[in-house]
Design a protein around this ligand. Structure first.
Ligand SMILES: Cc1ncc(COP(=O)(O)O)c(C=O)c1O
Length: 400
């Protein structure tokens, strides 16, 4: 019999991944996957970039590259991050194969079996499984409208001195799945708690560029830009939501002592991220095309969000409560306790619309009081139709 490792035996298959199969069925309207719409990708621009590359750069694209990343992309990204106010001089930048690899590298650097790490509850499902694959115990602290609940966090840390959690993982901008955008106050008040408990912060900023209004734009300033000098922070970003997940490119801006370990770990994982996509991403960023393209995405995603929000108001019963997001990909909705989300999901799929149940995002895999709708990869006419289907399904379930 095959003897799998303890780490891999503890992993459960992700409900999102299982449901992604359904998203491919063209008859089902999927609000499940957290991905950009295929029709939005800048295919023409990338065609043009590739066609205009000199032969030697094209050849470099086929080759292995340095572990830290393709040098011109490191330079362009440093500039890009500097403009966001990030302390690029005092830190080091590592290109990763998607930001999920950066999350895994952090896990590998810091987690020994049975050690504890702290996350938000809910939490990005990829981070939950990455941390679990290093046999971490996860402690989820509830999110409220302004960010992670600091009383709960401080209280937990005060009572877990003997456990000594390794780090805190947060997504302050347009959280996946909750859509939350942290207030400045919450970010500021988190700093003394991190200092008091000597806790490293992992700040995941996969969605910050996708804001829908100026108020939100002002609030996306990374914690590392604001407080990087006061407390250790590893800042993670990604090209997945602003260019394409198929590029598999992310990054980590880390204090030098963490960077050194991260580079060693990356060397052992995949030696380097693809030169091919790094070259294309570098040209896209350096030429100013990225900025223009992201400007277009903001308008389109905002429209999709507004269409979904209007349809929810029209078709969902008022027992379903939610907060309208100001950026990102997701709406997170709360159901009354008497409803069973799994039955609603099954009925919804039978009628032609799918979403993700909340327990997928609970580090303990239990709390099913919410569900996540993603508007990012569904055109507006389908959004309206899919929400009508789900509204009818929920109303029927309420009637019992
Ligand atoms: C919060 C968050 N972080 C990281 C990722 C991973 O992105 P990637 O590995 O494609 O860069 C995602 C993807 O959905 C995400 O939602």
């Amino acid at each position: 019999m095959l003897q799998f490792s303890k780490a891999v035996s503890s992993l459960r298959t992700s409900e999102i991944r299982d449901l992604m199969g359904l998203a491919i069925n063209p008859d089902i309207i999927s609000f499940a996957g957290g991905m950009p719409g295929n029709e939005l990708f800048p295919v023409k621009e990338i065609d043009e970039i590739y066609n205009n590359l000199p032969l030697d750069i094209k050849q470099t694209g086929f080759q292995y590259g340095p572990t830290p990343g393709y040098e011109p992309l490191l330079e362009s990204l440093n500039e890009y991050l500097k403009k966001k106010g990030l302390p690029v001089e005092k830190n080091r930048l590592l290109i990763t194969t998607g930001s999920l690899q950066a999350i895994n590298i952090i896990g590998k650097i810091f987690i020994d079996p049975d050690e504890t790490i702290v996350t938000e509850n809910p939490c990005f499902v990829g981070a939950i499984s990455a941390f679990k694959s290093y046999q971490a115990n996860l402690k989820g602290i509830n999110l409220d409208e302004e960010g992670i609940n600091l009383d709960l966090l401080d209280n937990y840390l005060n009572h877990s001195k003997s456990i000594s959690p390794k780090f805190l993982y947060l997504t302050p901008n347009f959280h996946n799945p909750a859509g939350t955008l942290y207030t400045e106050k919450r970010k500021k008040e988190l700093v003394p708690i991190l200092q008091k408990h000597d806790l490293l912060l992992i700040e995941d900023d996969a969605y910050g560029e996708l804001y829908f209004n100026e108020g939100a734009h002002k609030r996306i300033v990374p914690m590392k830009a604001l407080y990087g000098d006061e407390t250790p922070i590893c800042y993670l970003g990604s090209f997945s939501k602003i260019l394409g997940p198929g590029f598999r490119l992310g990054w980590m801006l880390a204090p030098p002592e963490i960077y050194q370990k991260a580079e060693l770990v990356k060397q052992s994982l995949d030696a380097c991220s693809p030169n091919f996509t790094q070259i294309l991403a570098n040209e896209f960023l350096r030429s100013g095309m990225l900025e223009k393209y992201v400007g277009k995405l903001r308008v389109i995603y905002k429209r999709r969000k507004e269409t979904m929000a209007a349809a929810i108001r029209k078709y969902f019963p008022e027992e379903i409560t939610w907060i309208e997001p100001e950026g990102g990909f997701y709406i997170w909705l709360k159901i009354p306790p008497k409803l069973d989300l799994t039955s609603i999901l099954k009925a919804g799929i039978a009628k032609g619309a799918v979403f993700v149940v909340g327990k997928a995002f609970d580090p303990d895999g239990i709390d099913n009081s919410h569900f996540r709708l993603s508007y990012s990869h569904t055109p507006e006419d389908k959004i309206e139709k899919g929400i009508r289907i789900l509204g009818e399904t929920i109303k029927e379930a309420l009637k019992g």
